[in-house]
Design a protein around this ligand. Structure first.
Ligand code: APR
Length: 242
């Protein structure tokens, strides 16, 4: 499955960075975005994952994210999340950068985690930015800030919005210094996150992609593993352990 050079690099590296996308949560039962049955095949992102959509119809957008939150609370992190969390202890300098907002890397125990697109379990008031946490059950209508009455929104990056500056800077620095850069379960078509494997390549990292499908990145990485994340990461873990 892996090239001999890949295993050697992974065994010898001290600085490892990983970029994950929705594919790493697919085996937990969380729908991806661009696969045939993915979220964007059933909903239009510009009607839901944009601030204009939220301001036009806050209850609809809130209910969609509440629905996604209910899905992720019913699923468990899978072996891919768990192995990525375990890899953190094998490398002196390990950074996990995720595009996912499903909180599953955090639940699997990942610590040095950069959430480029935010986290569905966090919400805040668009007027005063106060963090908001629902008391008991999930309100279906958009909540109002108890302080100022402003609309509450999920703490996720919507289309057309900038990434959190600090998260981006840390992710870019990790991609620049990585000796090995793993790209797991992302279609690598959404920027700026998709710049990170390019930055790693330009900075001399050995780049490995894990994805059952071909992506625009596949032709440029040092090793493209056509496997599901759980299968590929379990194989990687057992090779590192042997
Ligand atoms: N293991 C590994 N990869 C998988 C698996 C699996 N079991 N199943 C699917 N994949 C791959 C698909 O082949 C696809 O390349 O995961 C990728 C998922 O791609 P997308 O659905 O585009 O998700 P992602 O790349 O994370 O999207 C990036 O776009 O919509 C925005 O903000 C949203 O963070 C998201 C961003």
């Amino acid at each position: 499955m892996y090239r001999v050079e890949t295993i050697r690099r992974l065994r010898e590296a001290r600085r490892l960075a990983v970029l994950t996308g929705a594919g790493v949560s697919a085996e937990s039962g969380v729908p991806t975005f661009r696969s045939p049955e993915g979220l964007w095949s059933r909903f239009r992102p510009e009607e839901l994952a944009r601030v204009e959509a939220f301001l036009r119809n806050p209850d609809l957008v809130w209910a969609w994210y509440a629905h996604r939150r209910q899905i992720i609370r019913q699923v468990q992190p899978n072996a891919a999340h768990r192995i990525l969390a375990a890899l953190e202890d094998r490398y002196p300098d390990f950074t996990l950068i995720t595009q996912n907002v499903d909180n599953l890397h955090r639940r699997a125990g990942s610590r040095n985690l950069i959430e480029l697109h935010g986290n569905l379990e966090r919400n805040y008031c668009i007027a005063c930015a106060r963090p908001w946490q629902e008391e008991d059950d999930e309100p279906q209508a958009v909540p109002r800030c108890p302080d100022c009455g402003g609309l509450v929104r999920p703490d996720v990056v919507w289309f057309g919005e900038p990434l959190p500056q600090e998260a981006w800077s840390r992710a870019e620095a990790a991609a620049r210094r990585a000796e090995v850069f793993l790209v797991v379960g992302t279609s690598a078509v959404v920027y700026p996150a998709a710049w990170l494997p390019e930055i790693a390549l330009e900075s001399g990292a050995y780049v490995v992609e894990i994805n059952p499908e071909e992506t625009p990145l596949s032709g440029r990485v040092h090793d493209a593993i056509r496997e599901r994340a759980t299968v590929a990461l379990e194989a990687l873990w057992s090779m590192l352990e042997s």
